[in-house]
Ligand binder design. Structure first.
Ligand SMILES: *Cc1c(COP(=O)(O)O)cnc(C)c1O
Length: 363
């Protein structure tokens, strides 16, 4: 264990790469010899320009975005995006499809409804407590977009294939699995957004990846700060951006590209990590996975024990073994291990060892 740090399985904000934390620490007082911290320099300076451009370039390279996409940094987290999407793309004469896979999708739908927009819930997995991803959905070919949540952080489900929406662009909330795997079918996506604090950095900013044709659809009757075009035209600096949070993302992207070796490499590692825990869950019914096998998440592993008392003991004993953040979200209870990009194989092996041992002592 490095410097008395615990094995952190928090769902978000969550563990970050130790290399990034160390780099922030060592450069904090005097960034690149300028005599100031990144939180003290002007966002109009060359130093900050280099940070934001490098962060964008790295995201573009990692996801193979080409030049049709822009990378924006917007404050307000992923939740702000729930409201911005209908505001920017919907008017009195068009419509959008949403797939409801629980929690975040439900909130995104609510934000469109609050604004009185004409949207349709094309499919929902509410009938079985959002434990699966709906299949064979009939999408509206005339929709302006189809909204999905690629990974449900709370229910532990994940889309493992991109749904076929024909020519309708997909908008995806990828807050909890962005940059965790390659996206060979990126061109089906019109917009991808993610709060930074799970897989790519610290809270305070959302990354929005937007395709040029979506920028052409932005409604001009909404406030300037709400329009995606404002961020695209001003390189996310119409006003003061979340400088430190963007710097943080730059460092995590550098780590992902240079230390890990990109998305294929992280995908392999993420699959290996998830398999270690799911193998234990699948052995017998001491631990019970809450998501359908074929749809379960590689990022957030949700499971239950026999009863809430055992769960409480499991979480407490784990913590006394320096394994933290294993409590399920308060809306569902149970246990959850979030194993985002930065969670090391070593941490996951330690958790797997603890789970096996706990079962031996209590099974
Ligand atoms: C955490 C999370 C959100 C909320 O993010 P904020 O940045 O706190 O608004 C939205 N969607 C998903 C999938 C999440 O995991």
């Amino acid at each position: 264990m490095t410097k008395n740090r615990i094995h952190n399985f928090n769902a978000g904000p969550s563990a970050m790469p130790i290399e990034v934390l160390e780099e922030i620490q060592s450069s904090f007082l005097n960034y690149k010899g300028c005599g100031m911290s990144v939180t003290e320099i002007s966002h109009r300076s060359q130093l900050f320009d280099d940070i934001i451009n490098d962060a964008q370039d790295r995201i573009k390279r990692l996801l193979n975005l080409g030049d049709k996409y822009k990378v924006l940094f917007i404050q307000g987290g992923a939740s702000m995006q729930f409201a911005l999407l209908p505001m920017n793309f919907l008017n009195d004469s068009n419509t959008a499809d949403y797939v409801d896979t629980g929690t975040w999708s439900t909130k995104a739908i609510q934000e469109a409804e609050i604004q009185g927009k004409n949207i349709r819930v094309a499919a929902s997995s509410e009938d079985r407590k959002f434990s699966y991803i709906p299949k064979n959905i009939e999408f509206n070919a005339d929709a302006v977009f189809t909204h999905i949540t690629s990974n449900n952080t709370i229910k532990g489900t994940q889309w493992h294939t991109t749904p076929d929406t024909g020519s309708v662009p997909i908008i995806a909330d990828m807050s909890s699995d962005i940059l965790s795997r390659p996206m060979p079918d990126i061109d089906k996506y019109g917009l991808i957004y993610a709060g930074a604090q799970k897989n790519i950095g610290a809270a305070g900013v959302a990354v929005v990846i937007i395709r040029d044709d979506m920028l052409d659809k932005v409604q001009t009757t909404i406030p300037t700060m709400m329009q995606y075009t404002t961020y695209a035209e001003k390189n996310s600096m119409f006003n003061t951006p979340s400088c430190f949070a963007i710097y943080y993302i730059q460092l995590v992207m550098k780590w992902l590209e240079e230390k890990i070796g990109g998305l294929e490499a992280i995908d392999k590692l993420n699959r290996q990590k998830a398999a270690l825990i799911y193998d234990i869950i699948d052995q017998n019914d001491f631990y019970q996975g809450t998501a359908e096998k074929e749809d379960r998440s590689l990022m957030n592993i949700t499971f239950r024990l026999q009863d809430t008392d055992s769960e409480k003991r499991f979480i407490e004993e784990a913590l006394s073994n320096e394994l933290g953040g294993l409590k399920g979200h308060k809306s569902v209870g149970g246990c959850r291990a979030s194993i985002y990009n930065a969670i090391t194989l070593e941490s996951v092996k330690t958790l797997a060892g603890f789970m096996t041992d706990f079962q031996k002592r209590n099974g």
